[in-house]
Design a protein around this ligand. Sequence first.
Ligand SMILES: *Cc1c(COP(=O)(O)O)cnc(C)c1O
Length: 460
Amino acid sequence: MTEKKIPYKIYLEEKEIPTSWYNMRADMKEKPAPLLNPGTLQPMTKEELAGVFCDDLIDQELNDTDAFIPIPEEIQEYYKTYRPSPTVRAYNLEKALGTPAKIYYKFEGNNTSGSHKLNSAIAQAYYAKKQGLKGVTTETGAGQWGTALSMACAYFGLDCKVYMVKVSYEQKPFRREVMRTYGASVTPSPSDTTAVGRKILAEHPGTTGSLGCAISEAVEAATSAPGYRYVLGSVLNQVLLHQSVIGLEAKKALDKYGVVPDIIIGCAGGGSNLGGLIAPFMGEKLRGERDYRFIAVEPASCPSFTRGKFVYDFCDTGMVCPLAKMYTLGSGFIPSPNHAGGLRFHGMSPILSQLYHDGFMEARTVEQTSVFEAATIFAQYEGILPAPESSHSIRAAIDEALKCKETGEEKTILFGLTGTGYFDMLAYEQYNNRTMHDEIPSDEDLKPSLNAIPAFPGNE
Ligand SMILES: *Cc1c(COP(=O)(O)O)cnc(C)c1O
C-alpha cells in the first residue's frame, strides 16, 4: 500500500545536496594503515607528500578523526550543475525478473563525463587552484576519470595532462577527443615522454599498458614540472571522502520514504564509488546503530579483494608512489585487456580493504559475459545503457533479486549505477556478436606479481 507512493525517481531538491562530506574513518575502530615511505618504511609525512599532492588534499588524506568535512562553496556551486542525482526504483526490472525484491539504484551517469568521477575531480581541481598551481597530471584507464578531470580543470582554468592507458587510447578515440575539447593534453601510456615510461617500454615492448604504468608516468610528470601536482581518481582516502555525496544523497532520498536497504552493492575498481555509496550506511554499522550487507563486485579478470593479499604494496608499476596497505594482486599485475576498463587496477582502497578484512563487507567476482547479459537486461527494461563497470553491480543486484524470487523474501536492494556506456560500444558489439570471452587468471598467472610484492618485516 505505502509501496505505491514511492515514485520511479526520487529527486532531492537543490538545497538538499550535502554541504559536508562524511569521513568513514572517523567511525572506524581499526583505522586504515598509513601510507609508507618506500625508502624508510615510515609513515609518509605531510612534507613528503607535499611534492606530489595538493596541500589541502593531503590534510584530507591524513584525517581519520573528523567525521564531517565541509564542502567549500565553490565546489557546491559546481555540484549544483549536475546534482542531486536521482535515486531510482527499478520497478520495470523487478517486474521483468518476477522478484519480490525491491531494487533501487543511485544513478551517477547524468553528466558529460558519464560517471561519478566528477564528484572528486571538481574537488581536487578546486584545491589545486586554491593553492595557486598551474596544473595537474593524472592517469586514466577507461577514460572517465580523465574526462571528469578535464571538465573540472577547464572550469577552474587549470592545465590538465592525462596519461591514458594505451589500450583505451586506441579503443576509445572519442573519449580522448572529449578530453581535448575540454583543453586537456592526452598521452598514450606507456610513452617515451617520461623516464619510467621508457623503462617500462624497454622491459615490456608492445605492452597495452595498465593503470599502474600510467600512474608512474603521471607522478613523474607532476614532480618534474614546477607548479604541477598529481591527482588520482580512486583508491585514496580523499577520493572516497568526496564520493560520500553519493551515499549521503541516496540515504536522504530513501529516508524520505522510510526505505531501509538490506543489501547495498557496488562495483569495485579502486573502491571510490562503493566507498562513497556505502559511507553513511557503513557509519551506522560501525557505530552499531543498524546492520546492512555490503557487497563489492569485481571482475573475475582482476580479483583484488577475492584473490589478492592484504599487505603493503606500491600503487604503481614503476614503484615511485608510496606504499599502501590494501588488497592487491601486486603492482606488476597487468590484467587481460577486458572491457571493464575502470575496474582494472591491481589494488583496492585502503579504507575498504580494512573494512573487508574486519568483516564489515563481502566481495565477489563476476565474469564478463554474465556482466553484459545483465547490462542488456537492464538497458532493455530500465532504459539506461549502463557502463560495463556499473554492470558488475547490476549483475550482483539481479542475482540477489533472483535469490529473493526463490526464497520469497522481500529484500530491499540498493546498488550504484556509476555511469553510462556510450563509449563502450565495441564491448557491446563483441557481446552481441558472441565473440566476447571470459578471461580468468589462473593461480599460476597471479603468482609472479603476488611474489613480487615488496617483502619487509611484518609485510606478509
Ligand atoms: C572508474 C569507474 C568505476 C570504478 O572505479 P571505483 O573507484 O572503484 O569507483 C566504476 N564505474 C565507472 C562508470 C567508472 O568510471
